[in-house]
Ligand binder design. Structure first.
Ligand code: IDP
Ligand code: MG
Length: 167
């Protein structure tokens, strides 16, 4: 099935200069990059992204991690990959959630670690299924940032909203 997946290169991946390496590994899949950008992650965005883990003891540390507080890097790289079985292919390259259990040839197995606080610093995020992918992509990207019409959208006139524009 042709499907989309959200990939995040997390702050540890950026700090370890793994961007090129990770994109090269992902390009082996022959999937199409449908969107890409650097994002400064707000607390709200981090909490929304990981809301299914809200009750976990590591949640506060996880939110700090995604925001870059643990790595002096207040950014992540967000990408949307599109194509046949994209979630399965990307998750396979990423490896298991726990970097100690991930295959040593996978991205997480090669570059991840467990912090002294017990958090899995595992370099990248990959959506877990199609409905999560849709929820996450709509959270991280607006329709005009994606190169083709992936999900239905509409035009809306939004008044009284603040937006940064070039001086
Ligand atoms: P996934 O990233 O493989 O989809 P999730 O269960 O969605 O795994 O967890 C999101 C993130 O939370 C993981 O990538 C990892 O950084 C962290 N995490 C998940 N489970 C644990 C845990 O048991 N201990 C510490 N950190 C965890
Ligand atoms: Mg997940």
């Amino acid at each position: 099935m042709q499907e989309a997946t959200l990939i995040l290169i997390k702050p540890d991946g950026l700090k370890k200069s793994l961007t090129g390496n990770i994109l090269t590994r992902l390009s082996e899949t022959k999937l199409e990059i449908a969107a890409a950008k650097m994002v400064r992650v707000s607390e709200h965005l981090a909490r929304e992204h990981y809301k299914h883990l809200m009750d976990q003891p590591f949640f506060p540390e996880l939110i700090k991690y995604l925001q870059g507080d643990l790595h002096d890097r207040k950014k992540v790289m967000a990408l949307v990959y599109w194509g046949e079985d994209s979630i399965k292919k990307c998750r396979q390259l990423a490896g298991a959630t726990n970097p100690e259990e991930a295959e040593s040839t996978s991205i997480r197995g090669a570059y991840g670690r467990i912090t002294t606080q017990g958090l899995y610093e595992n370099v990248i995020h990959v959506s877990s299924d199609t409905s999560e992918a849709e929820r996450e992509i709509k959270l991280w990207f607006s329709p005009e940032e994606i190169i083709f019409d992936m999900y239905p959208f509409k035009e809306a006139l939004i008044r009284e909203t603040k937006k940064l524009v070039w001086v």
